[in-house]
Write a protein that binds this ligand. Sequence first.
Ligand code: 1HE
Length: 269
Amino acid sequence: MAEPTVPATGALAALDLLRIEHAGAVTHVRLNRPVKRNALNDTLVAQLQAAFTGLPPETCAVVLSGEGSHFSAGLDLSELSERSVAEAVVHSRSWHAAFEHIQFGRVPVVAVMHGAVVGGGLELAVAAHIRVAERSVFYGLPEGQRGIFVGGGGSTRIPRLIGAARMADMMLTGRVYDAEEGLRIGLSQYVVDEGQGLAKGFELAHKIAANAPLSNFAVLHALPRIADMGQAEGLFLESLMAAIASGDPAAKDRIKAFLEGRAAKVAKQ
Ligand code: 1HE
């Protein structure tokens, strides 16, 4: 039976550009600026940081989605013209800080996307760990056409998923990828029919939330760092992380349960 959904309380409830609800161990964070297509203004970026640093201890996974007809239209362009060069650097760094709390936070994040996932909206989505795309999704990086550059961490995260050549093509020519193409090149791990994204996102998030916390920690914090290391350093860190995770009582309980026939086998899906 599905977990009952309850609205967040306290500081999380006060974040008016987000709508936050809890469904058991899964917290649903919705971008809630549909009139502006969830364009990310300074307040919304600050609220994302507040949300991801203020998750209650009961939260073990997050679903991140957008209210209205699109996931996100990216940077709020109406704020752009007012910034000096110095302010623009600080602004970009504020996005880095906020999205760092998503990628390297305490819990795994599943982004559920529909419609436009463009510019800073794509930068936000790629800070999540799993991406589920509904068929309406289109990915674009219109920064090249707007005369700007990515500033929300996109140049570090997107090439790791699709390669620098594909990102360069998106930025130089305005190439837009649809949901199926995005799946093929690595922008999402799942594509689902329209309207099915949240169901899939919650199904995945509840599975993730049931993992041993140290396994999830290792995937979030050790895996990306190891992937960036040379092999010798990576292998060494992998050994340490493996020993730490397997030494935890949660691992021992799970392995005992499997050996006693009380845990699920790996099966074709
Ligand atoms: C906005 C924004 C925005 C919509 N900033 N206000 N991002 C872009 O270049 C994408 C620009 N947006 C679009 O291409 C389209 O709006 C969409 C494809 C996303 C959606 O189209 P549609 O037809 O559903 O909506 P709309 O009628 O275009 O927009 C509805 C309203 O949202 C409208 O305002 P209104 O007051 O006239 O109703 C739009 O002006 C407003 N709106 N997108 C501000 N982005 C850290 S660096 C990151 C750099 C970037 O992200 S660059 C990419 C910016």
